[in-house]
Design a protein around this ligand. Structure first.
Ligand SMILES: [Zn+2]
Length: 271
């Protein structure tokens, strides 16, 4: 195992750039499981479980809330806890060490913006399924994405009993209508383009794709990146995925997999 880490580190050190790919396995390693009704969910949302029948964070993100006031109570509490109070973990700091001065791009299905909040450039992080920190007009009267963070800060303070004062419900600056989160595929065409540009600019270069906790059947991020590595003969693939390693035979000789906790694996890699 030790050997594998040494080899992976050499690939990274020798690379011209990195693509980091991540999904909910990374979030879980950072203490955020949007699918779970666990102790953390009970502590943060226990009252909303009983008041609204909330079953997990994902449920709250996709729920039809009875009012805008309750919707914003949920979202502001979520953002306050997992974004405003977030401090970069050892995983994020380790990734910065590995990237060093290389060019990089990050593609993730996680919406909580932990990469951005850890100091990675916003322009180089593509949240493919949307972000918790951008909102848009629910009537789509204009295409602008508005920041949510500052609003969440004062809204969360005003929240009482799973609701917020009506006058604090965010409104579209153009039409005065309600706002929604910018979630879903295709929410960020410019990020899609930035990622395509990164790949075009690194054709025939040495790129390491470092995958963090993406389920083996994932077709959104994992399968396309594996096909990319297959096509680009100087690309290599490192997968950190406890209990769910999957590497196709076509890229086996340019891949290393670690069935390990992400945090442990990053610690071994930065040694
Ligand atoms: Zn509007």
């Amino acid at each position: 195992m030790e050997n594998g880490y040494g080899k992976a580190r050499k690939w990274i050190d020798d690379a011209d750039g990195m693509i980091i790919s991540a999904s909910n396995g990374l979030s879980i390693s950072e203490g955020l499981d949007i699918f779970a009704d666990d102790d953390a969910f009970e502590e943060l949302f226990g009252d909303m479980k009983r008041r609204y029948g909330l079953t997990c964070i994902l449920h709250g993100m996709q729920a039809r809330w009875p009012t805008e006031e309750s919707k914003w109570a949920f979202w502001s509490r979520l953002i306050n806890h997992y974004c405003l109070d977030y401090r970069p973990t050892g995983i994020m700091n380790g990734l910065k060490t590995l990237i060093s001065n290389k060019d990089y791009f990050i593609i993730t299905s996680n919406g909580e913006c932990h990469f951005e909040l850890s100091g990675f450039s916003e322009d180089k992080v593509y949240e493919i399924e949307g972000s918790w920190l951008r909102m848009r007009c629910a009537s789509a009267c204009n295409g602008t994405l508005y920041p949510v963070m500052e609003i969440a800060k004062y809204v969360a303070v005003a929240e009482r009993n799973g609701s917020i004062p009506s006058e604090l419900v965010p409104r579209c600056p153009h039409c005065g209508g309600y706002m929604e989160f910018s979630m879903g595929l295709g929410a960020y065409p410019d990020k899609q383009k930035a990622f395509s540009d990164f790949i075009s600019n690194h054709h025939n270069k040495r790129i390491v794709v470092l995958e963090l906790g993406i389920g083996w059947r994932n077709q959104l991020i994992k399968a396309p990146l594996m096909r990319l590595v297959d096509m680009e003969k100087d690309y290599s693939y490192i997968s950190i995925n406890k209990g769910e390693l999957f590497i196709p035979a076509s890229i086996e000789n340019r891949s290393i997999g670690f069935s390990s906790d992400i945090s442990d694996a990053i610690n071994y890699l930065i040694r």
